[in-house]
Design a protein around this ligand. Structure first.
Ligand code: KG4
Ligand code: ZN
Length: 340
């Protein structure tokens, strides 16, 4: 039994969401996310604009998170922040803020790997929802990463498969761009796919060894297919939008599951989780449930608010690091390419 409650302030600023969260043990007291709308105009995240928006947002977001949590500033035991991976200019804002906060409040500073955060979001308390048991496999799929992670303990993880080119989120977003959707297009493909026939069109699948992924061939195959069809019918996308989206979504999901099923069988692990922005995809979530039933897996699907980037996942990781006194010092730097 722990003696005292641990209260952690989490800070996330790795890409285009500025987020702060206050966590008491494994329970969220607040989780504020300011999403940057400015990037929509440019069809993708513009790093310079992202850093600037983080600078504008960070103090109001932290203020709101602390206010909403109801905790007193003096009750906060540590500040945990995303050290990387991500956009350097964005990471620097959260890192610098957290260093200053730790110094001012005289509390420990905890540097968190963003990818650990996505996985450990499964350990945030959620009204009796079961948590995975170690070891489990986590398919972490986001705008920047596609990984099969072997999770041996809270802070002991091994990436056993990864993408050699585009991430699954990029596969969604780049396909969406071809169809003329604004950034980020993943959620729009998901929306249109719901009304479409996924067996209508077929795209090429990669032939990769082991547990690694590749999505660049799929993107090229979609691009060539659309260009070819538009030469025949200039209104092709408009007339087939839902079916195209459903077919693209199915291709991406099929690619993801082939390797996950293989890893589960090879390692004989039946505790299977998904994480990251793409785990919000309704097709991926329902396919995991379907395959899980067939293969007798225990499946763990995050709440929507913990799929995309958020500071609660950084705070929960910080909480486990706090228990092990894994603290950073004031010389810590953001790291754009931080490895697991
Ligand atoms: O984890 P995340 O918020 O940020 C990164 O760390 O990258 O993931 C963002 C990615 C984007 O590529 C976005 O299009 C994708 O997650 N995404 C989705 C859905 N919601 C977010 N992709 C497909 N279907 C969705 N419903
Ligand atoms: Zn992320």
């Amino acid at each position: 039994m722990r003696q005292k409650d641990t209260i952690i302030l989490g800070i996330e600023s790795s890409c285009d969401d500025t987020s702060a969260s206050v966590l008491k043990n494994e329970t969220i007291l607040s989780n504020i996310i300011a999403t940057q709308e400015v990037h929509k105009l440019y069809g993708g995240v513009v790093p310079e604009l992202a850093s600037r928006a983080h600078q504008q947002n960070i103090i109001p977001v932290v203020n709101q998170a602390i206010k909403e949590s109801g905790v007193d500033l003096k009750e906060i035991d540590a500040v945990a922040f995303t050290k990387g991976p991500g956009l350097l200019g964005s990471l620097v804002v959260g890192t610098s803020f957290s260093k200053a906060f730790s110094l001012a409040m005289d509390i420990p500073l905890i540097d968190v790997n963003h990818m650990h955060g996505h996985v450990l979001a499964h350990f945030i308390d959620d009204e009796g929802k079961e948590k995975p048991q170690f070891p489990f496999l986590c398919l972490t799929v986001s705008g920047g990463h596609t990984q099969i992670v072997l999770v041996k303990d809270y802070l002991e993880m091994e990436v056993i498969g990864t993408t050699i080119d585009d991430a699954a989120g990029e596969a969604f977003d780049k396909s969406a761009k071809i169809l003329g959707f604004p950034y980020p297009g993943g959620p729009l493909i998901d929306k249109h796919a719901k009304n479409g026939d996924a067996s209508k069109f077929e795209f090429s699948k990669p032939k990769m060894e082991g547990y690694d992924y590749s999505f660049s061939g799929l993107k090229t195959s979609i691009l060539y297919f659309i260009q070819k069809q538009e030469k025949i019918n200039t209104n092709f996308i408009n007339e087939n939008r839902d079916d195209i989206c459903a077919s693209i979504q199915k291709s991406i999901i099929d690619i993801l599951f082939v390797k996950l099923i293989k890893a589960s069988a090879d390692l004989n692990i039946k505790q299977i989780a998904i994480a990251g922005g793409v785990s919000a995809n309704s097709g991926l979530r329902s396919e995991l449930k379907r395959i899980g039933k067939e293969k007798k897996w225990s499946v763990f699907i995050p709440k929507f608010e913990f799929c995309t980037d958020n500071a609660a996942m950084i705070a929960i990781t910080g909480r486990f690091m706090f228990d092990e006194k894994r603290f950073a010092d004031q010389s810590v730097c953001a790291s754009a390419r931080l490895k697991m």
